[in-house]
Design a protein around this ligand. Sequence first.
Ligand code: NAP
Ligand code: SF4
Length: 680
Amino acid sequence: MNEIASNTAYPMFLSPLKIGSTTLRNRAVMGSMHTVLEHLDDSTERLAAYYCERARGEVGLIVTGGYAPNKAAYIGPGGPIMASSEDASAARPITQAVHEAGGTILLQALHPGRYAKHEGAVGASEIRSAINPITPRRLTSDEVWQTVADFARCAGLAKDAGFDGIELMGSEGYLINQFLARRTNDRDDEWGGSPENRMRLAVEVVRRVREKVGDAFIIMYRLSAIDLVEDGQTGEEIIELAKLVEQAGADIINSGIGWHEARIPTIANMVPRGAWRFATARVKQAVSIPVMAANRINTPELAEEILAAGEADLISLARPMLADPEFVAKARRRRSAIAPCIGCNQACLDNIFTGSICTCMVNPRACHETDLVVTPARQVKKIAVVGAGPAGLALAAQAAERGHRVVLYEAANEIGGQLSMAKIVPGKEDFYDLLRYYDDRIKEASVEFRLGTLADAREVAGGGFDEVFLATGVTPYIPEIEGIDHPMVLSYLDVLSLRKPVGDRVAIIGAGGIGFDVAEFLSAEVPDKGKETEYFLNEWGVDTGPSIPGGLSPDGFKIAPSRRRITLLQRKTTRPGRSLGLSTGWVLRALLDHRGVNFITGAAYARIDDAGLHFVAGEEQRMLEVDNVIICAGQQPKRGLHDELSEMGVMTTLLGGAEKAAELDAVRAIDQGTRLALAL
Ligand code: NAP
Ligand code: SF4
């Protein structure tokens, strides 16, 4: 064991690993993520800064977002490509920056095949994916060979650009994966039919890349460790492929989990941490090269546990590296708290899917390294921050870290505001870690903290503050419905924060983010501690045996029906849950559907009385006999202190929900708090 690792609680995670002639300084790998920075005019500068910050944070290996090896492999119209010497020259500043910061970086070569969103899309067949309206053109046999050559050219150019190696994307349902599975490969030539023929593309790509780049260049192959789609590969086929990929010259096998079109969540917050390690462990047993575990591994403790159990040799941290570029350095120092990736996808994947720049809820500086720069305060100010919800916490912590003197008032006896409420919802337990992180951060930055203190206007006005920030949050909006004061009516705060008892028959008014959260809270069964993964895999019909195509249980989903009769209502006639995140909303909808939660749209609420909730839907007068009506109809800002201070002539800045309650989420709140602190 090396010197660094012997002093740590994470001896395996922090120990180096020799790959050919390269020694990785530890087992942490920044997994590949497209960021949308790739499409900007100043992409090179911004990507260099983004990767460089992670290299300085001591991550062992970085993998870029996907580069197309040829034009058919563009993921959309345009994007990153590595197909010419000009492309290689353009990427050189990125590799230089990473190397200067002591890092090691691989370029990922990705051919999306039928997932490409442009008219030149190609595939193993003409079978279209349900998640892409474009029908791919079937590649001829010669074109497949040309594609192999294009991957090899891409690797050679990556080497010219100074990359230390290449990751060949063979999972998530992209082109190579499409050739591997019967689901998408109906060919009867040398590239289809038998497992050997279906594996030929993957194996030839690795073989030809190795021929092109020689030995001193890392080849990592991203293998679909479980496809999670019908007619996907069996576990046995996957193991056979892993062996062939090793023989063909790969140095490392990375694990991909599920195709993008899989209807099973693979990385969202409701997936238990480390849920897919079994699939990686199966591959690891079959090969002698290092194997990497991925998906929902977001703490050094879990990384160490997986490595120590011999289930993997490396750990992929993609989103956790957005959340905290210093993940590894902090794990080594064991002083500062690591900003946790909470699996929300709200600022990373949901942004990417809508073409916005990827960032992170808990770290708004992610992918904004060049425009959100942290500098020491030029002139130290005394600052009051009222409210320790996400906006106030982010502002207080960041301002104090810059050297300002910060006093933080919070009326409640715990920090968190709306985050404290979210942590109660099943699948959102990671919010506990987020709160612990902020707690550590404000303590470490010596924020003067007045917990359980309702800020008094006179005290704030006379406190000698240079700036006063009011992050006083929101209160539930209570709509004017006849009978709204009936004892059966509860607000979402009553349910989630005050834990008031809720009956078996429930109507929820408002099918937005919080309405869904309340429905989830009231309908989910909570598995026994330690049994979360088993429960999750069973619920979503995942078969962990080696022989079932795609790893899908023939019995399908086993999501238990809710023991409560729950109806979720909204006034709009659009599909409920449209405001939910793109990458997580479908999971919540599927869970509630399977549990038998009823949705009513186009509701006009008439009154609430002893009989229940009366409303009109369509032309029909209806009544739901319920024990409770729960109001989740949005929020309104809490501005009492603001008004008092204004009357006293004190200038304040409102932020978070206190500034704008509509469509407030933690992403906006933390971003706003961070930006205000950096501008001080
Ligand atoms: P929201 O998502 O805006 O939903 C408010 C709901 O209340 C809507 O369904 C709306 O539907 C209904 N409503 C609005 N005015 C009403 C009125 N006068 N009478 C009756 N119903 C009314 O707000 P939220 O649920 O409070 O969530 C707050 C924020 O947190 C949102 O930005 C949300 O996206 C975010 N959040 C997201 C998640 C998630 O993505 N999982 C979870 C929690 C919170 P109608 O107008 O059609 O009736
Ligand atoms: Fe993780 Fe959410 Fe940040 Fe994405 S936005 S990296 S899921 S914390």
